[in-house]
Write a protein of this length. Structure first.
Lengths: 212, 212
């Protein structure tokens, strides 16, 4: 599994899914061609995320798409996910590698060159860099104000691991993020809250492919 | 390690430690004879709890006292704790057993006979039952109103694993909790916020020993 090939990285959040449940949205997004799914669901307890994770594992496995779990290494292991995504205030990358093994894909949130370089040295397989733009999903972004595509490019130039731009990214602005140096884009609301998540996923995937 | 022998179970919470840091409070409590320490620290991010957990692991190991981590199986494994304490909304006991192994001590919060029986069947080694009394540490208790010592006794009678009463327990009321059927008591503020945490730990340990 090579994160450098990921164009569209779906992050789940039931509270931004227009009243639909997350498996429904993820099924549609997988049909639309997303390349990886992250179980996030901030504000949902571990027991519920565990149950939801089992369902998403089935859906992603059927689609041949990797599943990554946000924050929690134990939850990632429990649902047999392909990896974990760790924020700056989560457990160290080394702990995740030790628990999940050499084949796990481990991502790290970074918004500065310093954070990005530290994550690369510690063994991260990719970086989630942002928030690129101000976003209404502020509770699910790691920064309140957007850092902008230019900073995404600065971070991407500082490391050899692929960068996924996250935060307020949609079909309109994804080109700027990829032009700046991101390998792909992570998307929440632009897919989960779309009238047609499958179509939205397809469109964003095309935009990223064209921009590469 | 036999949780049935635990008289005084210290739960850490920096925000209820009268401005002292948790290692200072834990050192004093260990000198006062607490039998087990749980790293809780609600509201503190995983990275900080990881660092604190490493420090508490050293202190508890020197004292020959087990260390348990609240909620997170990954954090428990990362700091080489002796076990984990899981709330009703945390990951299943079976997941913890699978990840931490047969020698780990796994506790579960329970406030009803049904929850207690389910936890015992799932392989819990002890139960934290409460909140026994209404407590000012509401953010660190699993119930807002006290269930009372009588209910603690009802739950304790329903299972063979030891019950630790938690929530608003102090030197004044610990006797009632043990008389009702608890093997020991879990304490936060009555030790962490005490003028002299060592003396407070010693007093509560004596009260429980006398009531047994």
């Amino acid at each position: 599994m090579d994160p450098a090939t990921w164009r569209t990285y779906l992050v789940t959040q039931s509270s931004h899914s227009a009243g639909r449940d997350t498996p429904t949205v993820v099924s549609a997004a997988l049909a639309g061609g997303v390349d990886v799914v992250q179980l996030r669901e901030k504000g949902t307890d571990a027991r519920r995320r565990y149950r939801l994770g089992g369902r998403l594992r089935e859906l992603t496995e059927s689609a041949g798409v990797p599943l990554v779990v946000n924050d929690r290494i134990d939850l990632a292991a429990a649902v047999d996910a392909d990896g974990v995504h760790l924020g700056q205030s989560d457990l160290p990358i080394e702990v995740a590698r030790d628990r999940l093994g050499p084949d796990a894909v481990i991502g790290r949130s970074a918004s500065t060159v310093e954070e990005a370089e530290a994550a690369e040295v510690a063994g991260a397989d990719y970086l989630g860099v942002g928030a690129v733009y101000g976003t209404e999903s502020k509770d699910v972004a790691d920064a309140k104000d957007g850092i902008g595509p230019e900073r995404v490019g600065t971070v991407a130039n500082a490391v050899d691991i692929p960068v996924i731009g996250i935060g307020g990214v949609d079909a309109e602005n994804a080109t700027s993020v990829v032009d700046a140096g991101a390998a792909g884009v992570a998307v929440i609301s632009a897919i989960t809250a779309a009238d047609d998540p499958q179509a939205a996923a397809g469109t964003i995937g095309e935009v990223v492919a064209d921009a590469r």
